[in-house]
Design a protein around this ligand. Sequence first.
Ligand code: XIL
Length: 373
Amino acid sequence: MASRRDVLRWGGRSAAWGLPLLAGLPADAKARSCDDPIIAANDRPLKEQAQRRGLLFGAAADRNTLEGNPRYAEAVAAECSMITPENSMKMERLRPAPKAFDFEHADWLVTFAEENGLLVHGHTLVWHLQLPGWLEEVVTKHNAERYLADHIQTVASRYAGRVRSWDVVNEAIEAGDGRGDGLRLSPWLRYLGTDYIELAFHMTRQVELNADLVYNDYGLEYEGDYFEQRRNHVLDLLAGLVAKGVPVDALGIQSHLSGDRQPNFERFARFLDDVRNLGLDIMITELDVRDRKLPADPAERDCRVADTYRAYLDVVLDNPNLRSIAVWGLSDRYSWLTEFEPRNDGKPVRPLPLDGDLKRKPAWHAISNALGG
Ligand code: XIL
């Protein structure tokens, strides 16, 4: 049950009476004091807490970190029920040459998952980034469909029955690319036109009968024209796929959040309703909280990052079609943000549930409390 401190912190609900307490309190992390530590009511691993709600809890990882740091591998296996290959299933890694496949690292990861009782969320079959260098030289409008089919069918059939879900298409929307439909000018769009998305889903389903097929994207949570356009384009894209009977099962919401600003929760909740009304599931696929613009003090930063996790998960967990929550790395030691969004003061970033020594941070406790709430 939520403590009084939780209730004050979150404006949560009283479990005893089911009444909203302090219902008018905005979910504004900045307004709250960080003096009190956030302590989880339940210290069981997150996968167990998620399972009690019928959800999976996952993290992105890869061979280099898991094999290089056995304590990290243990932590991932202990906290998670699912794993996402952070890089090892991307085309750049799988396709050293036009006719060659290199499955060494992806196979290692899937075997690690199986040996540790973890499910696998495949990431990703079709994306505009991390493509092999040879692609632009070799692929043309005339042979692109063959390359796409060859790639998808070889990869998805190799892991058929061994992945629970696949990010079939990643990040196809970029309203700034100037098209009315908001589709990104990805190489695949240039080669194959807008049909590349539905083609990719059909090609995957042909060889993978059971996995959930996911459209995955980012930038869906915040206020402003940019985000509003992204939400609307993603919904239009999904509605079009569903209307045509394309085998898409879920929207993957990456959820790379910022600790220094508040999502527009009211609008985001409506967006999630719209996704559900299309008959699609929701997966949170790459959750983390950037702390680039937060104060240097680690305790203050951790508190604000934790508040961001909690407020976001409270909204997301309200959806009956939510299937999973995955973080993009489990420990601050292995976050992509170290490279991609470093702090100006040079201090290490702290965006994830465990710290660099694999100790549970306020963010872990906040996730636990959200799952228990
Ligand atoms: C990132 C990885 O974490 C980095 O290691 C890599 O250098 C670049 O890609 N959205 C996605 C992920 O869908 O694949 C990205 O992963 C992060 C943003």
